[in-house]
Every structure is written in C-alpha cells, then in structure tokens.
Design a binder for this molecule. Structure first.
Ligand code: NCD
Ligand code: ZN
Length: 348
C-alpha cells in the first residue's frame, strides 16, 4: 500500500477547451466547472465563432447551460476564430468587449471544423499587427496541412515553415503554441522570447503513439495533433514539471459522440474533462514533481494572459475512483479518456 497523499492548490484554469454547442453543453460543462474556475473556449463550432456577436451569443448559451451551482463561479473565456477575412476593426471590437481573450489560428483543414480557417496567414498580417499592439494573444494550432508532410512531422514542419517567421515578424505578439506534442516544440518555446507560451494536454503526457494500435485500432486515442513517440512524451513531462512559466495547463478536452469516433472515418478528439486536473496530478506525482503542479495548473496561465490568479483552493487526494465506460453526450454517449479504468487522484 502506498501512503495516502493530499495536495491543496489554488483552483486551476483550463487554457484550451472544447465544449461544443446545443444540448451537448449541459452534458460536458459540469466536469469542467467542478474543477476549474475559468476555461479558454475554443471557437471551432460547425458555424465558427468569427465575430464578437457570435462570441457573445455563444458565451450566453454556455452560461445558460451551466448547472446553477456554477453559474457564478465559472467563467468562460471566449476566443475568436481567425479567417483570411477577419478585419482589424473586428479584432479591436472583440478586445474591447472584455470577454474575448484571444484569437485562434487554425490552418485551414488542420483539424475538426477548421475548413473556414486560415489558408494564407500573410493575409492576416494586419490583424496580427493590431493584436501585438493591443496585447491580444494568438492561439496557434501548430500543424501544417500539406498532404506530402508525414502526419507525425506536421508540428515540427509548422515551426520551421510558419511559427519561427511569425515570431520574427511580430516580436511583441503574445503567442500560445497550443497542445504541443514534440521535443522540437518544447525546445522552440524554451528558446523563444517571453511572449511565447504553450499549453500541454494530459493525454499527450500519458500516452505515446502505441496507444493508437494496442491490440487493434483505438479510435478513442485519436486526436490532433496525433500522439507521438515516447521520447516526445517524456520531453513534454519534463517541460510541464520544470517550473518554466511558459508552459501551462490546457486539456484540449474535445468530446465527440461514440458513434462519430467508432467510425470508418473517426473524428479527432479525446474527452478528458472528467479527470481535468486529476490526470495532471497523476503525471506530476509519478514524475516526483507534485510541488510544481500548482504553478503549471494555476499560475502560469493567468500570468501569461494578464488575468488575476484564482483565490480559492481545491484539494486532491491520491485515491482510486472508477471511470465510467461512457458519459452522457446530449442524447448520445461519449467514451471518456481511460474509460472503464480508474482515476488515481480525486478531488475532495
Ligand atoms: C479538436 C476538436 O475536436 O475540436 N480535436 C482534437 O483532436 N484535439 C480540435 C483541435 O484542437 O485540434
Ligand atoms: Zn483543441
């Protein structure tokens, strides 16, 4: 028997989250609101959140769908979906709204609902210039879409072909390299100016790419960027547990229905909000770095975004608790990360 362990942290935030829309919202939001005080809400709806009005309406739908207990304690931090045609006026309007905190760059075709994303980032240079001026962060899905580039190399190629250039051209632009998956990305962020940060998911630190093929094809482990080799998984754990303030928590919990995942053309995305902080506690504990968890989960994110740190606390205990085979998802079901297994940590 291992000794029981407890840790108390400032309440964390999730700096990268998909909650979808409509009846799905009330299925997934409670898992996040129970654990986190705020979450950066991704704008890749089927009808993407491309302007301030849409973001305001989406925010209202989220707040309406929150269980009553969390309506006053949980804050959705909205984002705008960048397109080739986003105007500088729209960017200023979004920033002035006070509830839109960043702009998301999806290379067109890179991932779920990214077809209306950016096909030519140079067309967005005027927008990036304004963002640098006002201090609005650019959140980047860092993968090239070139079909001749191997899917496992798309993050590294993106750094070389796009990200290095953007950072040189816009040295004061705040950039979050989202859900990094490789040692190249870790090194790039470490070497970059202080304005460049990165989110790290739990699943990319828990699993390597073998998890896609254990005993057969495993659609519930398919996400984008796709899982990588073991050396990359280790580099991510090292970065997250290093105390370096450029790295912070972003679950990229991205639920799809069981049907959409268990399909001849299954969707990319892993649902992890049911263990949104617990999986990280497990990772940090195993790495002998529980003392670094609070800064990664609760300090580095708000400091980067220029928002206040949360004031209330949560306590986690090392104790097993079962994970269901499925969770409700509107009138369908969704298979959560480690379905049928156990969480190694629980929230008291
Ligand atoms: C996300 C989704 O389903 O919206 N999927 C994923 O695999 N992470 C989109 C994204 O963040 O790439
Ligand atoms: Zn995402």
């Amino acid at each position: 028997m291992t000794a029981s362990k407890k840790i108390t942290l400032t309440r964390p935030d999730d700096w990268h989250l998909h909650v979808r829309d409509g009846e799905i919202l009330s299925s997934v939001l409670e898992d996040t609101a129970k654990r986190f005080s705020r979450a950066i809400i991704m704008p890749n709806l089927a009808d993407p959140v491309t302007n301030t009005e849409k973001a305001e309406q989406y925010r209202e739908r989220i707040i309406n769908a929150l269980p009553n207990d969390y309506k006053l304690t949980f804050e959705p931090l909205m984002t705008l979906y960048l397109t080739n045609r986003t105007s500088t006026a729209e960017i200023r309007k979004a920033w002035d709204s006070g509830f839109i905190h960043a702009v998301k760059w999806y290379p067109a075709g890179a991932t779920t609902n990214s077809d209306k994303g950016v096909s030519d980032i140079v067309a967005c240079y005027d927008v990036l210039e304004v963002m640098a001026e006002i201090g609005m962060p650019l959140l980047v899905h860092g993968e090239v879409t070139d079909p001749t580039v191997d899917v496992f190399d798309r993050e590294k190629t993106f750094i070389d072909q796009f990200l290095s250039g953007i950072i040189k051209n816009f040295p004061t632009l705040k950039v979050v390299f989202e859900h990094i998956t490789t040692e190249h990305a870790v090194q790039f962020v470490k070497d970059a100016p202080a304005y460049v940060g990165a989110t790290i998911t739990a699943h990319h630190m828990l699993l390597n790419r073998n998890a896609l093929f254990t005993g057969g094809i495993r659609p519930h482990h398919y996400c984008l960027p796709v899982l990588k080799r073991e050396n990359h998984r280790k580099a991510l754990i090292e970065a997250a547990t290093s105390g370096n303030k450029k790295f912070f928590l972003g679950t990229d919990s991205a639920p799809h229905s069981q049907k959409a995942k268990e399909n001849a053309c299954g969707c990319a995305g892993i649902y992890s909000s049911h263990g949104g902080i617990e999986f990280y506690a497990e990772i940090f504990d195993k790495a002998g770095a529980l003392d670094k968890l609070e800064a990664f989960a609760s300090f580095h994110g708000p400091d980067f975004y220029g928002l206040p740190r949360n004031r209330d606390k949560i306590t986690l205990s090392r104790k097993q608790s079962p994970i269901p085979e499925t969770v409700p998802f509107g009138n369908e079901s969704c298979v959560p990360l480690r379905a049928g297994g156990t969480l190694e940590w629980v929230i008291d």
